[in-house]
Ligand binder design. Structure first.
Ligand code: HGY
Ligand code: MN
Ligand code: MN
Length: 422
């Protein structure tokens, strides 16, 4: 695949009648189930996620959409009149990759709702005046290569392509190697001003990752802001040794320091109202039951509306980490892996959505999204759909069928309002 063209996928007959969001999600319900963790593990370009991509391509083709894969692995399914110029397009979509042991809705709800919104608009007899496109972004969760929203960051020149190519997954495979196996040419990943230039506005529908809509008793909300957030890797280096032959007083055990650091993370967050800080992943090396680790890697996720506070929390944690390491005669390194400032969605677009969905409340989110990355380059907005558990990044994440349909209908209203009728 060359830098400019991209793989096209054949289109066939018109779409299915009466597809529902729940029905579409039911079609993929067995893809990527994680028997060990529960929920779903669908890392980008894994067999599971590739199967989901093929499912989307088939669903889009059944709707007569013109599907292409771009240089960064983003899928674009176009609904426009033959020969029309693809500019000022109204784009909607989300992602299909998941966190380890994630829920069924984070990402796929937005993709399935986009397909059903096309069905609803077709049933209304709509021919959109502006080009419409459905998009699927790779590696939104950053679960395999560590950088969230990698696809939309590449598209918008928000990450150096050389850095992206050399990102490694937990098995040591680089993004370049894995992307090549998925059919991309890693030489050409990177900024794509032509693809970006086609988009007039982007609206992402997503399961709400919180309890706002439950408490308000509404099915759908409009997004206002995305909380600033970043990821850091903390490495503690000690002395690997034998668990049985090393006296306690002779140990330099990085896991001891790491345990203190995890506690320090909670403490630092609590010192700053509104801050959120998490260690969700900790990996001792080599990781043997009868082995004192030689080093430990922890990944830190810190979020706050004020980027200066985020920096202060990280600095506090870094100072505590150095102290904890020193006590155990270990050393510590902190490395920023990604940082996203707080995003305020485009006010004019948000106002327009408010006109189109007058009953929808406006809610912030603490979760990052591709809509947040794209916001640096073009007007973006989000819709959230009620999640009765309020839980996400867990198998307990849920959306009731009726709310899912309400979300798709709201998305259809937004797409029609933004794209207009030809
Ligand atoms: O981590 C996040 O906020 C998003 O779910 N990727
Ligand atoms: Mn998501
Ligand atoms: Mn997520």
């Amino acid at each position: 695949m060359s830098a400019t063209t991209s793989a096209r996928h054949r289109t066939t007959a018109a779409g299915p009648e009466g597809a529902s969001v729940a029905g579409l999600l039911g079609e993929i319900a067995d893809i990527g189930r994680d028997g060990a963790r529960g929920g779903y593990s669908r890392p980008v370009f894994s067999t599971a996620e590739l199967d989901l991509r093929q499912w989307f391509i088939a669903q889009a083709a059944r709707r007569g959409l013109d599907v292409e894969t771009d240089r960064n692995g983003i899928l674009w399914a176009w609904w426009d009149r033959p020969g029309s110029v693809r500019q000022d397009a109204v784009v909607t979509g989300s992602h299909l990759d998941s966190v380890p042991g994630g829920g069924a809705f984070d990402g796929p709800l937005g993709v399935a709702s986009a397909l059903v919104a096309v069905d609803r608009l077709r049933e209304r007899g709509l021919t959109p005046a502006k080009p419409l496109a459905l998009a699927v972004f790779p590696e939104e969760e950053g679960s395999r290569f560590g950088v969230a929203c990698l696809g939309s960051r590449l598209l918008t020149d928000a990450i150096d392509p050389d850095r992206a190519r050399t990102l490694r997954d937990p098995h040591g495979d680089t993004f370049a190697e894995v992307a090549a196996r998925a059919g991309l040419d890693p030489r050409f990943i990177g900024p794509d001003p032509e693809a970006l230039g086609r988009i007039g506005s982007f609206v992402e529908l997503h399961v709400e990752q919180g309890r706002g809509l439950i408490d308000l008793g509404r099915p759908v909300a409009i997004g206002s802001t995305i909380l600033g957030h970043g990821r850091w890797r903390i490495s503690v280096i000690g002395q690997g040794n034998h668990a049985g032959t090393t006296l306690m007083e002779d140990r330099h055990d990085p896991l001891i320091a790491a345990a203190a650091i995890v506690q320090a993370v909670r403490h630092a967050a609590l010192q700053h109202p509104g801050a959120r800080a998490t260690v969700g992943r900790i990996v001792p090396v080599p990781g043997g039951t009868n082995v004192i680790a030689s080093s430990v890697n922890l990944w830190l996720d810190v979020r706050h509306a004020d980027d200066a506070v985020t920096a202060a929390v990280v600095e506090r944690i870094h100072a505590d980490a150095r102290q904890a390491a020193a006590v155990e005669a270990c050393s510590v390194e902190l490395r920023e892996e990604s940082l996203s400032p707080t995003v305020h969605f485009d006010p004019a677009l948000r106002h327009r959505l408010g006109e189109l969905l007058p009953d929808a409340p406006v809610l912030p989110t603490g979760a990052g999204h591709d809509a947040g990355v794209l916001a640096a380059a073009l007007p973006t907005a989000m819709l959230f759909v009620r999640n009765p558990t309020g839980v996400s990044h867990s198998p307990e994440e849920h959306v009731e069928d009726d709310d899912a349909e309400a979300g798709a209908l709201a998305l259809a209203d937004v797409l029609e309002g933004l794209a207009g009728r030809a």
